[in-house]
Design a protein around this ligand. Structure first.
Ligand code: C2E
Ligand code: CA
Ligand code: CA
Length: 568
């Protein structure tokens, strides 16, 4: 079967064009072509139709190949351009390549032509697929699929931008965080499907109620956020009232009227926070205060923060827990998808509280970050983990050890020295240590993060981007960072089988990361089906309940000896 090929030939000689076309047919192509020999004609031709490949003579009476190439690239076409010329000498050829040509062929010897075309078409296709995938990831990374509204990443980005631009402009804005009251009941009684319809309708009412300059986003679940520029101080509350009013008329969900109320927390920049995280957190605190008081909306007030006694008590206890052996580490295996053997573990913190039992890290890590307790905590964890790593290495189990760093750690200028010191005193492990950091930790202060990463890498520590996909930076940005691997967030991996978007994200991430020379780890591998899919996609490592849950060191030692995924 001849392969159709749309060919643009920049050439003054009809005969030479015919020779070229004959060669293409001989190579199994079925070319449709146009021959042009002036800039005007080429321009018109590019506007008129899409071409797969272009050939250019080097010099012509009224035009020349370099100008043709510039015209092509200037119009943003990334199709292969190959010089086919009789007069081209070595120097001109080099010059042509430098100008962005994909190859050059002598008219007298067209032998190289077909292989060159094949190669260039293949590479152009790969480039095109990558650009597509990158675009798709970008879109999915910034929009909520259910409502079509911007998502958390987008609003985070906008907050960050507004703050950056604002450094000397002195403009104020508000962040409203809205949570529907009793949405769970709606979901439970009417079903998820109708719950989803309701969220979509809430989304569109919010958009109609607000101005185009206000950004409405869905953060997830029944949480929405609005970012609005402020001119006067009463603005934010007025807008909150407007939002409430818009939600007042009952929603009609498949014929059923459903009433919805909401609670809104308001945080104002710069009064209540100087970065997106603290604004989010404070709007969240205000929202809970609003929910508790039954008042529709509340502006953040430092008073609200003190109303979290459990959290405060917990932080007081955590300080002691570090010294009292209440903290421990569990280790979860990472398996090589090709060899099906364990190659490393991730250390995960556990707090065995004398009264409350096991407290999950999601409950004590975030407040530890806010109070700064994360610093001693991380040092303790790192030290414990590297010692364990050393123990296993001495037993002949060369497992890599991954430790999680929080944003606050990464921005701590003392961290590299402190870790270096711990590595010295434990006399030995310089191999196999890895730190997992999230995109948001890097983006909080990219310059500082880069400095820490670079310094820590000189100690032989590797880096992995954790929770990849839910952050707000792109792979293109990560390319600039000296990291070794990315870890696709479990939310995408878990849903791979049932959700087309998630599966596309995973596939594109694997492809793009590999393209950048990064290893790809998938977390949240909960069953055989996901394992098989990842394996087919060429993902490198997998971590998840399907293979093993996190477990204490002794259990892991046994597991490594006995499990089919183990080392024996
Ligand atoms: P993470 O770094 O994304 O860790 C992976 C989490 O996914 C762990 O939860 C792990 O138990 C869980 N997981 C593993 N396999 C599966 C699976 O197949 N399905 C599902 N649904 N979940 C799976 P864990 O241990 O509760 O940790 C939660 C988060 O707490 C961690 O998320 C990390 O952000 C933080 N964390 C845990 N330990 C530390 C630590 O030592 N330092 C810091 N800074 N953060 C930590
Ligand atoms: Ca992690
Ligand atoms: Ca993770």
């Amino acid at each position: 079967m001849p392969k159709p090929l749309r060919v643009l030939i920049v050439e003054d000689s009809e005969n030479d064009a015919d020779l070229l076309l004959r060669e293409l047919r001989r190579g199994g192509y079925e070319p449709t072509h146009e021959r042009v020999d002036t800039a005007e004609a080429m321009n018109a031709s590019l506007n008129r139709q899409v071409w797969d490949i272009a050939f250019g003579d080097y010099s012509m009476p009224h035009f020349n190949g370099v100008a043709a190439l510039k015209l092509l690239r200037g119009k943003g076409f990334d199709i292969p351009f190959i010089f086919v010329s009789g007069t081209i000498g070595e120097d001109t050829a080099v010059e042509a390549m430098r100008n962005g040509a994909n190859d050059y062929i002598m008219k007298g010897s067209l032998k190289r032509l077909l292989p060159a075309i094949e190669r260039e078409l293949r590479e152009a296709e790969t480039r095109r697929a990558h650009t597509e995938a990158e675009k798709m990831i970008q879109h999915m990374a910034y929009y909520d699929t259910l409502t079509g509204l911007p998502n958390r990443n987008m609003i985070y980005d906008r907050l960050l931008n507004a703050i950056r631009i604002n450094v000397d402009a002195d403009k104020s804005f508000a962040l409203l965080l809205m949570d529907l009251d009793h949405f769970k009941d709606v979901n439970d009684t009417l079903g998820h499907h109708r719950g989803d319809r309701l969220l979509q309708q809430v989304g569109s009412r919010l958009q109609t109620a607000l101005r185009p300059s206000d950004l409405v986003a869905r953060l997830g679940g029944d949480e929405f956020a609005v970012m609005l520029p402020l001119s006067g101080s009463g603005d934010a509350e007025l807008v909150a009232q407007k939002v409430m009013k818009a939600l007042e008329p009952a929603f009609l969900i498949e014929g059923l009227p459903v009433a919805v109320e909401a609670s809104i927390g308001i945080a104002i920049y710069p009064d209540h926070g100087a970065n997106p995280d603290s604004l989010m957190q404070r709007a969240d605190v205000a929202m809970y205060a609003a929910k508790q008081s039954g008042r529709g909306s509340i502006i953040y007030n430092a008073e609200h923060d003190r109303h979290s006694p459990r959290r405060l008590a917990l932080m007081g206890e955590l300080r002691q827990a570090i010294g009292q052996n209440q903290l421990l580490l569990h280790y979860q295996p990472k398996i090589d998808l090709k060899t099906r053997r364990v190659i490393g573990v991730e250390a995960l913190a556990r707090w065995k509280h004398p009264e409350h039992g096991f407290i999950p890290p999601d409950e004590f890590i975030p407040p530890a970050e806010q109070t700064g307790l994360i610093k001693p905590l991380t040092l303790w964890i790192f030290n414990k983990a590297q010692r364990q790593c050393l123990v296993w290495r001495r037993e002949g189990k060369p497992l890599t050890m991954s430790v999680n760093l929080s944003a606050r750690n990464l921005l701590d200028p003392h961290l590299p020295d402190q870790l270096a010191k711990l590595m010295q005193t434990s006399s030995g492990v310089s191999e196999g240590l890895e730190l997992e950091i999230t995109e948001s930790a890097i983006m909080a202060d990219p310059a500082r993060a880069l400095e820490s990463i670079t310094r820590l890498r000189t100690l032989g520590i590797r880096f992995s981007i954790d929770d990849f996909g839910i952050g707000y930076s792109s792979l293109a940005y990560l390319k600039k960072l000296p990291v070794d691997s990315v870890k696709i967030d479990k939310s995408f991996v878990i849903n791979m089988a049932g959700n087309q978007n998630d599966s596309v994200i995973v596939r594109s991430t694997v492809e793009l990361a590999h393209n950048m020379g990064l290893k790809v780890v998938a977390e949240g591998v909960e069953n055989r089906d996901i394992w098989d899919r990842l394996s087919a996609l060429g993902c490198d490592e997998a971590q998840g309940y399907y293979m093993a849950r996190p477990m204490p060191a002794e259990d892991l030692t046994r597991w490594v000896g006995e499990s089919p995924w183990g080392l024996h």
